[in-house]
Design a protein around this ligand. Structure first.
Ligand SMILES: C[S@@+](CC[C@H](N)C(=O)[O-])C[C@H]1O[C@@H](n2cnc3c(N)ncnc32)[C@H](O)[C@@H]1O
Length: 275
């Protein structure tokens, strides 16, 4: 299995941006995170693996839930993000490793992830490897994105920018990336193929808070995600027109609590069968 491309991606400009803007990204996911935690229900004394832990925000929350008698390990391939995680004084271990192939001890009560499991080149094999990290009857709980068309936080800025960008190249909807598991039926099959049982996929309708003000939301949309790469390649005049178009599109989603766009996620759970 070869996750080399993703390892380069998350150690390059994207990983640096996530490391620099983690507070804003956490704020964007503020409505989703508590729903994931109550769904996963980490309990006192449990051993938890946080897959694709990034800058460690969920690792810290998990550590609070399991308390001093439990333990949490955050695993990620992104050194810039792990550097932030390690600097935060979180009561957890952080490991720089490819979760798809790393040989974990089969001791975890809970294998957990917030948007960190959609980037595997061979997802069934990767989920089988994650199952080998779970104890017998241990559980898997993660959140991933549902269909892109229902995730307006992703489509609205890109649609508003489209007239100023080169035509999109056709994309493989199953390629590693944020929307790799949009197809719920495929996701269930992948997890079952990996040996997980009692697979459940629960839809979660939520919001992404892109910023407390219109200008903050605009900056976030242009800094992170597909637009950030494209915008850097435009001349100044085109960039200004694109910016104005994205600003106008986001304005429709300005609420008393900032700019919030609809998000559609899957909350996913499964059990490792006994040996
Ligand atoms: C969308 S970010 C989410 C980060 C973090 N969970 C959060 O919610 O802030 C995806 C994360 O998955 C990590 N990742 C991608 N592929 C991975 C792999 N094969 N093994 C471990 N981590 C991986 C990336 O480096 C990145 O930190």
């Amino acid at each position: 299995m070869n996750n080399t491309q993703q390892i380069e991606y998350w150690n390059g400009a994207v990983g640096e941006r996530w490391a620099n803007f983690q507070p804003q990204l956490d704020a964007a996911m503020a409505a989703i995170t508590p729903r994931l935690l109550s769904f996963a229900a980490p309990a006192s004394g449990e051993r938890v693996l946080d897959v694709g832990c990034g800058c460690g925000t969920t690792t810290a929350l998990l550590a609070q839930h399991v308390g001093p008698t439990g333990s949490v390990t955050g695993v990620d391939i992104s050194e810039p993000m792990l550097k932030v995680a390690r600097s935060r004084g979180i009561a957890a271990n952080f490991l720089n490793a490819d979760a798809a192939v790393h040989r974990f001890k089969p001791t975890h009560d809970l294998v957990f992830s917030r948007f960190g499991v959609m980037f595997f080149s061979e997802p069934a094999a990767a989920f089988a490897n994650l199952r080998s990290a779970a104890r017998a009857h241990g559980r898997l709980s993660f959140v991933c994105w549902g269909p892109v068309t229902e995730n307006l936080w992703a489509t609205v800025p890109v649609d508003a920018a489209r007239a100023f960008l080169p035509p999109d190249a056709p994309v493989d909807p199953y390629a590693p990336g944020p929307f790799a598991f949009a197809d719920e039926t495929r996701l269930v099959h992948l997890l079952e193929e990996a040996g997980w049982r009692q697979v459940e996929v629960v839809p979660l309708a939520s919001f992404m808070h892109l910023g407390a003000t219109l200008e903050a939301a605009l900056a976030q949309s242009l800094r992170i995600g597909p637009l950030s790469r494209a915008v850097g390649q435009l001349d100044e005049a085109t960039r200004a027109r694109l910016t104005q178009s994205v600003r106008a599109a986001l304005q429709s989603y300005l609420t008393g609590e900032g700019v919030a766009l609809p998000a559609r996620c899957w909350l996913v759970s499964a059990r490792n069968p006994g040996s």
